[in-house]
Write a protein that binds this ligand. Structure first.
Ligand code: ZN
Length: 460
């Protein structure tokens, strides 16, 4: 098995530190706002990776952090006149609901930064003692000039990095790229006491303090969105390798690609952020998983209704085939189809090749295509059926996408209410209103049909 490593910029043979035991850490959210499609895609990708590693027999420990203390949370709490704790709990619970709906449940532990303040302080103390960090005006900074390999992950040289605009915080720094490990207490901000004075941790240090606590100074896989390579992950390497003197800090740096909207990066400033809840309202969890996972985890996804439509057709093909297979009565009992066996093999080889899901999906559909042809000719054997069933069950475990249609479709309450209102409008022969509601339903991804027995609704 090979995994692409951002640090060495190549696919490397997967060799965990302890044979079959794998330790994976992925950067989680900063809960200050509702999760968006970008968060959702990243967590789905790592869910697939975790499921696949477990399917291959690895004993995986998967940890995600929750940055529950941060500038953005503080700002939001001040705006809403509440506490940071309330803000982070609200948005973390929103995320949990969305993950539950999407069946993302591979994470063993969500570690909140504020639960590891002692470990954070301890790591900062080590860095000061070793001369990699310095105190300045109540803050503690990491001295990037002391860590000679700073820039190795993102491929940048400190001397060539453009200077960022100087902020208020910068006045205490020696070098503009020095980063805060500890931030001095400010008015109306939560704080903890420490040997460096009252304050709160910087962003980067929480990850390494948490992983040092659970995994030690070195571990196998570190994941996160591609936007976190610099400075976040760069700073993590500097902190951990400086503190422990051991390298590499992690064996595989795995980065998940962006979700673009009409070719543009999704961002607050462009106002094109798509909330995860909206996606879940429009499409079923199965369809979301299928659509997003059919793109390679490192490639960008260009979000549009079209990609869901294409995926929906593909998903229907799987359902149709499964139904056909259920009804099929094989004649021949022994002969195994080589093409089917090879395509199943190709599926796993593709997954072993840096989780190449587009190739794996193609192999999956080749199995269906070949089996359909064999059913036409009545030559699909019992052994073939057994192979296909086992393969489909593996597919379901890895992607958590069912290969059979679920009979019951849950209609959300607000959709039910719209249906009721439409029924009333029709009884009153208010066709204008009835059409308006039909269009509103369509916009939300529900198609309504009028039959002699009343309205029938289905998810598009
Ligand atoms: Zn992180």
């Amino acid at each position: 098995m090979h995994i692409y490593d951002t640090l060495t910029k190549k696919k490397k043979v997967f060799r965990p530190r302890n044979k079959k035991r794998v330790e994976m850490f992925v950067c989680g959210i900063t809960p200050y706002d509702s999760p968006h499609i970008g968060n959702l895609r990243s967590f789905l990708n790592y869910d697939m990776i975790a499921n696949y590693l477990r399917k291959k027999g690895y004993k995986l420990t998967y940890i995600q952090n929750i940055t529950d203390i941060d500038d953005k949370i503080i700002k939001k709490a001040q705006e809403e006149n509440t506490t940071c704790k309330k803000i982070s709990e609200k948005y973390f619970s929103e995320l949990k609901q969305i993950l539950k709906k999407l069946n993302i449940n591979s994470v063993d532990k969500y570690a909140k930064a504020t639960d590891y303040i002692d470990q954070i302080i301890k790591q900062i103390e080590v860095l000061i003692k070793k001369g990699y960090a310095y105190q300045s005006g109540g803050d503690v900074f990491f001295d990037v000039t002391k860590f000679k390999e700073y820039g190795k992950l993102s491929g940048q040289k400190l001397s060539k990095l453009k200077k960022a605009k100087r902020t208020e915080e910068d006045k205490n720094k020696k070098h503009p790229y020095d980063f805060a490990l500890w931030k001095a207490k400010k008015i109306r901000e939560p704080f903890w006491n420490s040997p460096f004075g009252p304050g709160r941790p910087g962003w980067h240090i929480e990850d390494t303090a948490i992983t040092q606590h659970f995994f030690g100074p070195q571990y196998d896989i570190h994941g996160g969105g591609i936007d976190l390579i610099f400075p976040h992950h760069e700073c993590e390497i500097a902190q951990q390798e400086a503190a422990s003197g051991k390298k590499p800090f992690v064996r595989y740096w795995v980065h998940s690609g962006f979700v673009n909207i009409k070719g543009e990066k999704m961002s607050k400033s462009l106002g094109n952020i798509i909330p995860a809840s909206l996606v879940l309202e429009k499409y079923s969890p199965e369809l979301i998983r299928f659509t997003l996972l059919s793109v390679h985890y490192r490639s960008p996804v260009d979000y549009s209704d079209k990609i869901f439509k294409t995926a929906k057709n593909a998903l229907e093909k799987i359902y149709e085939f499964s139904e056909r297979l259920e009804k099929y009565k094989p004649k021949d009992e022994k002969k195994e189809c080589k093409v089917i066996k090879n395509q199943i093999k190709s599926f796993f080889l593709s997954m072993d090749d840096d989780f190449n899901t587009p190739k794996a999906f193609a192999a999956f559909f080749n199995v269906i295509k070949k089996a359909n042809l064999k059913i036409d000719k009545n030559t699909l054997s019992k052994k073939d059926i057994k192979n296909i069933k086992k393969f489909f069950s593996d597919f379901e475990d890895i992607f958590k996408i069912k290969t059979k249609k679920t009979k019951t479709q849950k209609i959300p309450d607000d959709i039910k209410q719209l249906l009721k209102a439409r029924q009333k409008a029709r009884e009153e022969k208010n066709w204008n209103e009835s059409d308006k509601i039909r269009d509103a339903l369509l916009k939300r991804g529900w198609q309504v049909q009028d039959t002699k027995d009343g309205q029938i609704i289905k998810k598009i």
